[in-house]
Design a protein around this ligand. Structure first.
Ligand code: SF4
Length: 74
């Protein structure tokens, strides 16, 4: 799993719980955004964790979030 203290995670503002995102630093963050519904999340929408190309070789939390979040095409 990605540790929120990893350098890449810090740079991207990654948190394992989307509700803990730094909304002062990332005003575009919304509560509905999480890795599960991110366009580049490699797991399924209901997975507790899955791969993310930005964190090669590690897994991000399904309920996590980072500032590179992008809406998944419907
Ligand atoms: S890019 Fe998407 S899947 Fe990867 S950590 Fe950020 S929000 Fe999660």
């Amino acid at each position: 799993m990605v540790d929120a203290k990893d350098a890449t995670a810090v740079a991207l503002g990654y948190v394992a719980d989307s509700s803990k995102a730094d909304t002062k630093k990332f005003p575009k963050h919304e509560a509905t955004q999480n890795c599960n519904n991110c366009a580049i999340f490699q797991g399924k929408a209901a997975d507790a964790a899955g791969g993310c190309p930005l964190f090669a070789g590690k897994q991000v939390a399904g309920k996590g979030w980072c500032s590179a979040w992008a809406k998944k095409a419907a």
